[in-house]
Design a protein around this ligand. Sequence first.
Ligand code: FES
Length: 530
Amino acid sequence: MKKRIVIFEPSGLRISVSQESSFLEAVRSVGLHLPSDCGGGGTCGKCSIVLRPAPEPTSIDEKYLSSNHLAQGFRLACQHRVKFDTRAVIPEPRRKAKILIDGLSRLESWEPDSGYEGQFGIAIDLGTTTIVAYLLALDSGIQVSQLASLNPQVIFGEDVISRITHAVREEHGSSDLKNKVVEEIDSLIESLVDVSKIILERISRISIVGNTAMHHLLLGADVKSLGVSPYEPTIRESIVTSSSELGLNSKHNIEIYLPPNIAGFVGGDTVGFILSQRLDLTEQIIVGIDIGTNGEIVLSNRGDLSCCSAAAGPAFEGATIRYGMRGQDGAIEHVAIEDLEKPPEITVIGDVTPRGICGSAIVDTVSEMRRMGIIDKSGRLQKISSRISEDGDFGLSYLLVEVPSKSLKISFNQKDVRQVQLAKAAINSGVSLLLQEADIRVKEIDSVMLAGAFGSYIRPESALGIGLLPPVDKELIGQVGNAAGEGAKALLLSSQARKIASDLVSKIKYIELASHDDFQSIFLKSTSFP
Ligand code: FES
């Protein structure tokens, strides 16, 4: 097979690939990052790069790229094979993402294990998008420093399913994914030790929480069963292993602990969430929600725990939304509409020119559009303002902001609203079913705890406005930040926390939504707006 050269700009990296490879594969092979929410399926439109020479645009290019961009040589990297030696410009370097580090916890309720005087440990929250690492003194539980980075596995796909697919389909897929994340953890350890001015040999424990897929990919475990119904984990129980077994660099042996997984889509990060908020001990009725591509929902009925995973899809992360993007510089993060004819008030991360709209603003926008009557209860846009116009296949579209310097009009269209309806219905129906199974009415709920980045940045009133959350008083909604990370700290410090984590798995009632008799009808009801 004939080989072709691709030179990437501005990095100058070069690679020789077969003519059968796509540009997206070439990007991944050199270790660069290009958003590819659909994993190369041609359905997200996020993988655009500039190609020189530029091949003829395909109909998929034309669907997602403006004629202006097409003329400049922009093409979707997943849609073109490397037929010629090509210069490929990745136009937007990876921007600094807003990463949620802090969380509220009850760390004081865990007694650090004895025998670790003068030693340190690292608690790691291994997320699909970000990795957060905290360095703690093991004898006192005092946090010394913390660092965060993006999960480098993102080059194999933004979401869990793309990565599972890569691990299962590619010959070295599983080791590609494992090596990437192990390298990143090594670099985080090195940086933590460096900034804290301690010697590596004083690190003796590491705890790692993550969703079940991140857990399995880190361990190099088989993930096939996570990709097919009934989505069973290969490893359910907690694991104690060592840095050398995991493939970390350290010359001395560090104990590595990973808590158990509850189900295929409810992993050790949810165990961490439960422990950090002591949902196992509470005398109240609490609904805990960590909203991501999969929303993990936990109900504590005065300490009796049940949980489920709701397939919200990536809309709240900006994927599948025409101008959606992650929460990074240039993302609109909040929207308020006061006058139908005037531009809405917006705030933008980094105080720069807006480039798109991230999850918190997506929820604001839909909530505000509903409040102002731009969308009706069923989610249909109404042409009641000159800011609303037809936008081809996307249907009616509401203009959020115009950026003349970039010939960009950021808008929110009918298809975007439908995506949000599906996402919020998934979460809402998960909560409804857990309540139904426990025979609890909404008015009995004492508190709704939102964890994770999305849950921490959304406005509770907007989440209520679109019916994402059960209709409780706004005052009952609490935002607890990176609760999984706080759980990782408890699991780092305390054997008692580890014991409770192991016991939880047999105590917690897991409800598989898709196979529940009432799920379809509850889901359909949940798609409409309050
Ligand atoms: S990765 Fe190319 S369109 Fe989604």
